[in-house]
Design a protein around this ligand. Sequence first.
Ligand code: ADP
Length: 489
Amino acid sequence: MKILMVTTELMPFAKVGGLADAVSALALALSKKGNDVRIVMPRYYKIDRNNLKKIPGAMGVHLGANETWVEVYEKKLSPSKALVYFIDHEESFGRDGIYGTTGEPDFLDNPKRVSLLANAAFQICRKQGWIPDVIHAHDWGAGLIPALLKFNERHSSSEFKNTASVFTIHNIGYQGIYSKYFFEDTGLGWENFYASGIEDWDKINFLKTAIVSADKITTVSEKYSQEIRQREYAFRMEEILNYRKDDLSGILNGVDTSIWNPAKDKLIPYQYSVKNIEEKAKNKTALQKKMGLPVDDSVPLFAMITRLADQKGIGELFGPSYGSAFKICSDIKLQMVVLGSGESWCENELNSLSQRLPNLKVYIGYDEALSHLIEAGSDFFLMPSRYEPCGLNQMYSLLYGTLPIVRNTGGLADTVENYNEKTGDGTGFVFEHLSPQSIYDTVGWASYAWYNKKEHIRKMQLRGMKKKFGWNIAADKYLEVYTSAIEKL
Ligand code: ADP
C-alpha cells in the first residue's frame, strides 16, 4: 500500500513528545511489512540541510490567493526504505522551536505554518508523480489534510480521487485554535466555515477540522477512544466524536523494544530478564547511589518520570496546598525519585520538598540515560494521570519489572491489570479517582504488598515483563483501518 504520513514531529529529526516516537515507529513497522511509506514534515532550523538531499527545482504551493515557493529535501528514515520529505521555507520554519519557544509558546503564525505544510504535502505528491492510497495525518498540526482532501483535492478528475484519509488523535488536549483571520491561508473555502463544520466559535480549530472530514479517525488506545466521547475528557469535542463514532477506533501505541529492553539496555549497569530478575536489585543500588539515597533494598523505591504538566496529576501529588507527596514521604517507609521538567511552580515545589524530605530525590531536567536507570532500578512507578491517551512509561515499567501505579484512564487502563490481593495476579495498582487521598491510599497499598506479600510482588513483576507491546501488532491494525477507509470511498 502507498501510505503518506503528515506530521509536525518525527524521530530522530524533531520531537516535543510521544508523537515523534509514535509516527516514526509506525512508519518503520509499516515499511518493514513491504508498504511504500513516505512522510512529509517541516525542515525546521535544527535539521541540518547538509544531511539531506535536495529535490531539484523550487515548488510553488498555493496558500489562498497567494503562491509560496518552498524547497523540498528528502532522506530515508533509517533503518527502513520509508522516505521523508522536508518542506523548507525559511520564513515559516527557519527558527528555533516547533510550535513555539519559551518566550513565545505558541507562534502567532502557526496557522500559516501548518497550512503551508498541508498544502505542500499534496503538491509534493503531484511533483513526484506518487499518489498515495491513504494519507495518514497526525494531530492538529496536520489537521488540514483530511479537509483539503475531502473538500478540494478529491474530485472526479483529480489524481487524488481514490485517496482516503486517516487522522490520529495523539492528545485531544491540543487542538490548534486560532483566529479566522488566517482562514484564507488554509486553502479551504468559506463555505466550509460553519459551526457544525470546521468553525469553532468563530475561530479555526485544526483538530476539529480533521475530525469532521477524515474518512477514519483513530486514537492511541481503545479506552481513550471511548473517553474522548465523554465531556470529562473531550475538551469540547464529544458531540462531533459521538457523531463520528462508527469511524473512530483506538489502537495502542507500541514500544520500541530495541531501546526499551532490560536484557539489552546499554544505558543500565546490569542487564536482566525474567531468567535473572535478581540482577534488578543491583540497578536499584546504582540508582540509590546516583540519587544520593541510602542504599537499602528493604525499602521500596517509587519513581516518576514525566512532563510536569497538569495532565499528569502533578497538582494532586505536588500541589503546595494539598498535594499528597509530603504526607506519602513522611508517613510511609519508602524512597521516591522524580525526574521531570515543565511547569515552573512544580519544579520549584519539587526542589523545596526534596530539601525537606530526605527520602525524596528530584532531578529537574530531561535525561534519557537517567530515565533508563530509573525504570530499571525502581520497584514502583507512579502515573496518576488526569488523562493519558496511551502513555509509554507504564509499558516500559512493565517490561522492566517495575510495578506501575496508575489511574484507571486511557492507555493506562488498557495496559495495567490491577493487583488481586488473594491470588497475587495483576501487573500493577489501579485507582479510580484522581485525588491526593487516592494516590496516598494506593501508594500505601503497594507498600503494604511490598512489605507483606513479597511473593505477589515477584509474580506481578514476572507477569509484566512477559507482556508484548511491539509495533508489529499496531501496524497490522492501522493497515486494517487504512483498508476500511479506502473501502468507504
Ligand atoms: P507524554 O507524551 O504525554 O509526555 P508519554 O508517556 O506518552 O507521555 O511519553 C513521554 C516520554 O518522554 C516517555 O518516554 C518518558 O520517559 C519521556 N520523558 C518525559 N520526561 C522526561 C524527562 N524529564 N527525562 C527523560 N525522559 C522523559
